[in-house]
Write a protein that binds this ligand. Structure first.
Ligand code: NAD
Length: 467
């Protein structure tokens, strides 16, 4: 972890610039990360371009083997990666360990997949096949909330389908991504995987570069729109996974005690900093008080602190800017509703706020109608099911959502009316490499994971033979 390098053209190199990496649990700089210059970004793109012809012709089983070797290295360095993840990102060690495990599992899934050509038509007139060809140079850009998993989920499908890639993590979480660079350097031919970091200033350069064929971006909707604009000049292929404001709708027939814990976990994982976290909870008036009290109890019992300490369940916000935003949202909650748990800032250093439950609040509050990305859950009362569906859908976002009920058919009927990429029933936040992941409306463009997501890293190409 101490000697971080960029990976450019198969070489581990120092950055021409540097950045302080802050541990959000202490607010102290814990190491310096190399940062690429524009010249180094250009070199990374040039080396990916140069490596493409040979890598795209490398047999699929060889590419799969190399991705599996990377998964092996992730496993054998799992403890070190998890510890580094806690320090750079802030999440509790068990969540960091889970992110590492997930990353390994996703890589193995991508490595096991092959997009075979398909026979579209075969009759006396024509034989028509559809093939999947790699696109060329792919740029992957990741945010700071799940830096390892989200970053690698761009690299895995890109390289297994025969593309070469440049991955750029967020400036505040470069560490684990650069550690992966050192592992990839021992496995992949020069230029196939390049890893560079920035000071939030290379994204536009990378996504607008004429030699880049595809951008896979995860981050905020505002930045996603900029990415789309800069990709437009050469009509690059785009996958955008953006913001969300997931609604949870609790029908009037739940066992409150049984579901409250799951709702709490779906909302407060990673300190609420998950695109698909449950960010606003609608509860039927008949169970409103009971649910508010159950969630407030859970919030009060939560152990908040440095993710390296045993037993901690919620760490700090990842960076100072997000922390300031969270404090603003907390004050909005105080102004627009009643805080019944949390709402305080611990006296020790770190970007901490206590998990906060806000009741007696309505949709007009920005804590409800915007993405808070913080450990603050607004609970809103409703009386009519049709009306609450409308309110849940009244958002520019459409990433996830959940319905909670003891009657699955009833829940499914509601789920079918929610305008989002995923709707969970009696859980929230579950995702996996085999499950298509996508955002509706301004939550994204395209699909990640699954066969469909992998295919987004390819060009469909039809060969039509006249008989
Ligand atoms: P962000 O948009 O500020 O930054 C994301 C990445 O984009 C960073 O690496 C950043 O350096 C880079 N970037 C900044 N300006 C750029 C530009 N002009 N062109 C290209 N890249 C640029 O987002 P964030 O604050 O790091 O992450 C939080 C947001 O990400 C939230 O809105 C969250 O919902 C969203 N998110 C979405 C998903 C998903 O899968 N849908 C997953 C995680 C996070």
């Amino acid at each position: 972890m101490s000697d971080l390098k960029l990976l450019i053209n198969g070489n581990l190199v120092s950055g021409e610039r540097q950045i302080d990496v802050v541990n959000p649990a202490t607010e102290k700089v814990f190491l310096q990360s190399p940062v690429a210059s524009i010249r180094q970004a250009e070199l990374a793109i040039a080396s990916a371009k140069e490596a493409f012809p040979s890598w795209s012709q490398t047999p699929l089983n060889e590419r799969q083997k190399k991705l599996n070797l990377l998964a092996d290295k992730i496993r054998s360095n799992a403890n070190e990666l998890a510890t580094a993840l806690v320090k750079e990102q802030g999440k509790p060690l068990q969540e960091a360990a889970a992110e590492v495990l997930y990353t390994e599992a996703f890589m193995r899934y991508f490595a096991s997949h092959s997009l075979k050509s398909e026979l579209v038509q075969d009759d006396e007139d024509y034989q028509i096949e559809m093939h999947y060809k790699p696109l060329g140079v792919v740029v992957g850009i990741a945010p700071w909330n799940l830096p390892l998993l989200i970053g690698l989920n761009k690299v895995g499908p890109a390289v297994v389908t025969g593309n070469t890639v440049i991955l750029k993590p967020a400036p505040s979480t470069p560490v684990t991504t650069l550690m992966i660079g050192a592992m990839a350097q021992e496995i992949f031919p020069p230029g196939v995987i390049n890893i560079i970091t920035d000071k939030n200033d290379l994204g536009a350069y990378l996504t607008g570069h004429p030699d880049v064929a595809k951008v896979s971006f995860t981050g905020s909707t505002a930045t996603g729109k900029k990415v789309a604009q800069s990709a437009l000049s050469s009509l690059k292929r785009l996958t955008l996974e953006l913001g969300g404001n997931d609604a949870g709708i609790v029908l009037d027939d739940v066992d409150v005690t049984a579901v409250a814990e799951k709702i709490f976990a779906g909302s407060f994982m990673n300190c609420g900093q998950v695109c698909i976290a449950l960010k606003r909870l609608y509860v039927h008036e008949s169970q409103y008080d009971e649910m508010c009290n159950a969630l407030a109890d859970l919030a009060e019992q939560t152990d908040v602190g440095d993710g390296m300490r045993n037993g901690v369940q919620i760490g700090p916000l990842q960076n100072e800017m997000q922390y300031r935003k969270a404090l603003d949202f907390m004050e909005i909650g105080r102004r627009d509703g009643n805080i019944i748990a949390g709402g305080t800032v611990p006296e020790y250093p770190g970007f901490f706020i206590t998990p906060t439950i806000v009741r007696d609040i309505d949709d007009a509050s920005v804590l409800v109608n915007q993405e808070q990305f913080a450990p603050i859950l607004p609970i809103i009362k409703y009386s009519e099911i049709d009306e609450v569906i409308q309110r849940a859908n009244h958002s520019e976002y459409g990433l996830g959502g959940s319905v909670w009920s003891s009657n699955i058919d009833r829940a499914k009927a509601v789920a079918a009316k929610i305008d989002s990429g995923t709707v969970w029933i009696n859980h929230h936040l579950h995702f996996g490499p085999n499950i298509p992941f996508c955002g509706a409306k301004e939550s994204g463009l395209g699909v990640e994971f699954s066969r469909e997501g992998i295919a987004e890293f390819t060009q469909r190409s039809v060969i039509s033979v006249a008989k």
